[in-house]
Write a new protein. Structure first.
Length: 353
């Protein structure tokens, strides 16, 4: 866990600052088991944040682990005032929140007392207000644009569904929407995860954030062009014509419209040898279709999931049914936010006054 969440320079400090305690020791196997329970994206982000924090501590002569509340307060003040190398602007409040979470997690990983963050959060609160009063766009969280049914139709219209790539992209858009799936969940789907029934498809989706498998029912759509069942069947038929009757559902396709061969680097195979697309590539399908349709805003892999929740609420479905179908945790704040968007006009409390 230490090697996953803290850079080597910070770990050296821990070894010299703490005495051996067998009751607080974890074997390498146990450390790896704990690390495996953290999503890869979160682990990478936290390691990046801890590396930056450790480098800053080295420049100002402070200790990263264990960090003091005063060090965290100084660091947040630094982040709120200093332009980042990537954007030329100070980090957004949400990015600073993530940095604090990374630092706290790194302390927990090596059984150190977690530093108190009251002063750091006061600085962050003042930074948020400063951004809001100056109408800075960073004061507003950047949300993925919702892929509503109308938007989906326009995105689908940009695809050449006679091609293998077009069939794949149409199936990804419609199936991802119907399952309210994250792009990581779509990329992980195998053909064997889909069971064809007379009512539609039953899909075994592994909800990685909840660490559970969900069996999601996907019924036929009202219109063939936007039917997720027909789109997936068309993709499966096209893959079978390429003698691909097993393995990943969504695969890499080269610029010539053919199944992409295994990728290699220096003679070594990289990526999935069966040609499975990555979550990043799945998200790019959504972004490309939105760009081709001429949409503005932030279109990401989360657009399908957000659009599903908003449209389902507008159609009158309950919070519980939407949450269970889409794999949201009970009481999810994100889902409640989508419900409010769906209720904005249909259940506006001003109506009828």
């Amino acid at each position: 866990m230490t090697t996953e969440l803290a850079p080597a320079s910070a770990r050296t400090t821990v070894r010299t600052a703490t005495a051996p305690d067998v009751d607080r020791h974890l074997t390498p196997a146990a450390l790896q088991a704990v690390a495996d329970g953290i999503p890869d994206s979160t682990r990478r982000a936290y390691l990046t944040d801890m590396t930056a924090f450790t480098a800053w501590c080295a420049t100002v002569g402070r200790r990263p682990l264990p960090a003091t509340p005063e060090t965290l307060t100084e660091y947040v003040a630094h982040l709120s005032l200093t332009p980042s190398a990537r954007t030329g602007r100070p980090l957004a409040p949400s990015s600073i929140e993530r940095a604090l979470a990374a630092i706290r997690t790194a302390h927990k990983a090596v059984a150190l007392p977690v530093p108190e963050t009251k002063g750091a959060r006061k600085v962050l609160s003042g930074y948020r207000e400063r951004l809001a009063l100056t109408k800075d766009p960073a004061a507003r969280p950047r949300k993925a644009a919702p892929a509503t049914p109308d938007a989906l139709r326009e995105m689908l219209a940009t695809l050449d569904r006679a091609t293998l790539a077009g069939k794949r992209d149409a199936a990804l858009l419609l199936f991802g929407y119907a399952c309210a799936a994250r792009v990581s969940e779509l990329a992980a789907l195998d053909q064997a995860d889909i069971v064809d029934t007379e009512d539609g498809l039953l899909v075994n989706v592994y909800r990685r954030k909840l660490k559970r498998h969900d069996e999601v029912a996907v019924p036929y759509g009202s219109h063939p062009a936007t039917c997720p069942v027909r789109a997936v069947r068309a993709l499966l038929t096209a893959l079978a014509a390429q003698e691909r009757t097993a393995g990943p559902l969504f695969v890499r396709i080269d610029r010539h419209g053919r199944l992409a061969p295994p990728m290699t680097r220096h003679g070594q195979t990289i990526g999935d040898p069966d040609g499975r697309i990555t979550p990043t590539a799945a998200a790019a399908v959504i972004t490309r279709a939105a760009d081709a349709a001429g949409f503005e805003g932030k279109w990401t892999g989360h657009s399908l999931r957000r659009g599903f929740a908003t449209a389902a609420r507008r159609a009158g479905h309950t919070l519980e049914r939407i949450g269970r179908h889409g794999g949201w945790a009970d009481g999810s704040r994100a889902l409640l936010g989508y419900m409010e968007e769906g209720d904005r006009w249909e259940r506006n409390p001003v109506a009828g006054l």
